[in-house]
Design a protein around this ligand. Sequence first.
Ligand code: 2HA
Ligand code: ZN
Length: 272
Amino acid sequence: MPITDAKFIQDFIRLTDDAFKKGWHERNGGNLSYRIKNDEINKILPELKSATNWQPIGTEVPNIAGEYFLVTGSGKYMRNVILCPADNIAIIKIDDKGKNYSIIWGLEHGGVPTSELPTHLMNHGIKKTVTNDKNRVIYHAHPVNAIALTFILPLDSKTFTHELWEMMTEVPVIFPEGIGVIPWMVPGGKAIADITGKLMKKYNAVIWAHHGTFCAGNNFDEAFGFMDTIEKASEISVKVHSMGGKKQTISNQNFCDLAEAFKIHLNENFLS
Ligand code: 2HA
Ligand code: ZN
């Protein structure tokens, strides 16, 4: 069986293709990573290269030391992943200190993992702990309307969470804990990874002002679904602003009734 027939690789490819078709991945924009399960890697390990040529991650991630990840390549285009996975994505192994990685499959015509590798791996480490090993997917995209809102709304979690909760009744059910927001920062390094990681302890999604969104999910459906929900709610908000603003909306009492009916705990910091 070709390695790319493995279900986790097929699921990874499906997300990249769906997401490109959504319009979230111009050129080489966005990136995706998956923390591979033991039984999944064990099935294909004999066909992979052995780990040599260790490269620095750029940060330390001790609690995912020794683990394997499927990641998109830096400068690679989401729309090309489905055409030639082996050229555009890679399986990497993390060393036993959580400081270096080695490519053991993929990027066949050269390349390195995503430029956002520090943020991906730090978020994997944090989410692994806070979800009791359940979280597997970290996903970054450049969705149009979520980015557009970062030019007009104050850049804080309360404003964004409340605005997106208001836009569709089921958003608070999907993001009861809220959504994180960070101001503009230089992408690709440890500083943005650290601040994103701090927010990922509390949230499953963090919006990067004037750049895009990071989502974390237990599986591909969940991570894609979080991105899709944020972008759809953002699109409604953009339309409502464009039509002259809200004339009525969901009230605090409505949110409380919703929380009771759906048996969820809504983060009270984000009620108005
Ligand atoms: O180009 O999206 O944030 C890849 C990115 C970096
Ligand atoms: Zn980006």
